[in-house]
Design a protein around this ligand. Structure first.
Ligand code: PAF
Length: 287
């Protein structure tokens, strides 16, 4: 695996690879890699000739009171994991390399960016969209791989690529969960043992919503009530920010499950903010 940290180097290596007729898969990450990231890498490895993984903790997507300073960073471990997955290129720039002091252009993520996470974390998706567009510009991938765990991010990246005619295929990779149901996230590292038990309320609530929809419940309000019921009776220190049933494409709240839908949840467990989601089958079947 080659390692580069400058924009010039990543662009040069990727241009050479493209000139050789190889397809390029990009997996953008912020490091602290876990099996969820490795599922993205494996999907890229299976579909592309050349796999580039970026590790960059993007300051533009953190709010002033968020965890930019304490976000877990362990580049040596990340590099070992990526080399074992047969990744071709690791791009790990520093913030000064990615953003010149004069940088002030931001990508507006549109209406999708203002809902749910966008309401709780103003500016977050503009930061995500901006770094993703920059990475696409530097690497020139044929395909880029994003997890369904960050479902709103996935939808926004798809919309940005489509609206800006970027010609990158966005591949969605299913959420990877621990055996007990907790969706893998780098922020799970912040959870103490009791908090981790409390955090299971998110996946329990989503499972309940999916089971209700699979058994024919079409009233979105009933699903939301069931999710909140589970979250509210979970061990203390779980504070729900939202638990909603939304259109799977526009993320608008639904009254009835009459189209492709998603149940989405955000909650604070102690001081750690977690998000999760599942697909709901509007036809009443399981997915
Ligand atoms: O999902 C993430 O880790 C980040 O939001 C991403 C897509 C790498 C952009 O910084």
């Amino acid at each position: 695996m080659r390692r580069v940290s400058s924009k010039d180097d990543v662009s040069r290596v990727c241009a050479e690879v493209r000139a050789d007729g190889c397809t390029i898969g990009l997996v953008p990450t912020m490091g602290a890699l876990h099996d969820g990231h490795l599922a993205l890498v494996r999907a890229a490895r299976a579909q592309c000739d050349f796999v580039c993984v970026s590790v960059f903790v993007n300051p533009l997507q953190f709010g002033a009171s968020e965890d930019l300073g304490s976000y877990p960073r362990d580049l040596d471990t990340d590099a070992r994991l990526l080399a074992a997955e047969d990744v071709d290129l690791l791009f790990s720039p520093g913030p000064e390399e990615m953003y010149a002091p004069s940088h002030d252009v931001m990508i507006d993520p549109g209406a999708l960016g203002g809902r749910w996470e966008g309401e709780q974390r103003p500016g977050h998706f503009a930061g995500v969209a901006t770094v993703v567009v920059k990475l696409f510009g530097l690497v020139g991938p044929d395909r880029a791989f994003f997890g369904e765990k960050d479902y709103q991010q996935l939808k926004i990246v798809q919309k940005v690529v489509s609206d800006l005619d970027m010609g990158v295929a966005i591949e969605a990779v299913p959420t990877v969960r621990d055996a007990d149901g907790l969706a893998l996230s780098s922020r799970n590292a912040y959870l103490g043992a009791d908090e981790r038990r409390g955090a299971l309320a998110l996946s329990r609530a989503l499972r309940a919503a999916r089971q209700l929809s699979a058994s024919g419940e079409r009233d979105a309000h009933e699903l939301e009530k069931a999710m909140r019921g589970i979250m509210d009776t979970a061990v203390d220190r779980v504070v729900v920010e939202y638990a909603a049933v939304v259109d799977a494409e526009t993320l608008e709240p639904l009254a009835a499950l009459d189209r492709s839908a998603r149940a989405i949840i955000a909650a604070k467990v102690g001081s750690t903010r977690l998000i999760d989601n599942v697909a709901l089958d509007a036809a009443g079947g399981r997915r």
